[in-house]
Design a protein around this ligand. Sequence first.
Ligand SMILES: NC(=O)c1ccc[n+]([C@@H]2O[C@H](COP(=O)([O-])OP(=O)(O)OC[C@H]3O[C@@H](n4cnc5c(N)ncnc54)[C@H](O)[C@@H]3O)[C@@H](O)[C@H]2O)c1
Length: 372
Amino acid sequence: MDSKTGRRAFIAGTSAALLAQAQQQREIKVAHIGIGNRGTSLLKQVLEQPGAKVVAVCDTDPDKRDAAQSLAKRDNPKSYSEYKQVIDLKDVDAIAIATPCDLHAPMAAAALEAGKYVYCEKPLGITPEQVADVLKVARKSKAFLQIGQQLRYYPHMVEAMKQLHQNKAVGTPFVIKAQRNSTATQPGAGRPRPAWYDDVKRSGDLIVENAVHNIDACNWAAQSRPVSAYGHGKKYLPKTIPAGSVMMDGFCVSYHYENDMHLEYTQLYLHPRQMKELRNGQWYIVFGSEGSLEINGGMIYPMWGEAKKYLTPEIENGKENAMAEFMRCIRENQKPFASIEVGAVAALSAIMGREAIYRKRMVTWKELGVEV
Ligand SMILES: NC(=O)c1ccc[n+]([C@@H]2O[C@H](COP(=O)([O-])OP(=O)(O)OC[C@H]3O[C@@H](n4cnc5c(N)ncnc54)[C@H](O)[C@@H]3O)[C@@H](O)[C@H]2O)c1
């Protein structure tokens, strides 16, 4: 290399490094729409991100707006009650959406259309039409959407998938059994949920609002998507109400996957506190040709050998970094791991299960009529 070429290469290398450094330090201006329970925790997460500035907060409830403004007083955000005004703001790069579930898709689509990066709480939509609409807009947007399925950013989940997919810890996986039970709230105890949760036309029902996290984890473990679902559910307590109007407090769904795997998923808010025979809480077991893997406990059970824990304490106690990843993807112009397609497949899987419960028959992916 002659001295001129060497100098040019050196200058080019230095400019690339400076550009990368400038990208890393670029301020990202964030607006929050919906600052209730979850929105407040997203706001706190954004405030912790280096180079992020909260420039606007929006909620229809003035108390929520005031609380958010005081939480983010370092950044002195403006306050709005109408979300469309926030989407029109020129000095906003990214929008975090944590409104009731029926509003995610229209708000996310409007934000993507305006070229804003979107961090949208799950579920992406509560009907196939909503999911299709937001996907259509996203395909034309210069920005991206990251779905709030933060399980995808937990070190113990990532490690479990590595054990399954790369290390083939269970050989060929066949069946997943997953559960998310909890104890019923005692009458008169506990904090009441916001009213919209109970209205299935707003929340999408328990399977779509809540189990979408767990069903997505199963899709990830299966490396596939379900082709059909069948299930049962209802509101059991304090009196029995058939599924379809009030949010269920229990259901069981069976999924059959494109790759011929099966998932049995149960969510019952009927788990007596003292009952230990069946573990309470969230867990997933993947059964395969050579053994099983339990994701939350981080255990591998070879079919005939000794059980072993594969999680190190560091991984087990590791925190999720979904918001940090959102910021990194904006700065580095990369598609997030919890992409809009992940959100769409998860939401549609949950919707398919819900429709099977409501219609009391098997429902297929094809019937949903959405291309992902
Ligand atoms: N990822 C997670 O772990 C997680 C956890 C809890 C909730 N969530 C999701 O977060 C979302 C919000 O749940 P939540 O428990 O915080 O509910 P919430 O009722 O506490 O918060 C929703 C907020 O949206 C506001 N809002 C309603 N309509 C609006 C509109 N048109 N414009 C602006 N603001 C509006 C409400 O006033 C309220 O403050 C839901 O989709 C829920 O499924 C996700």
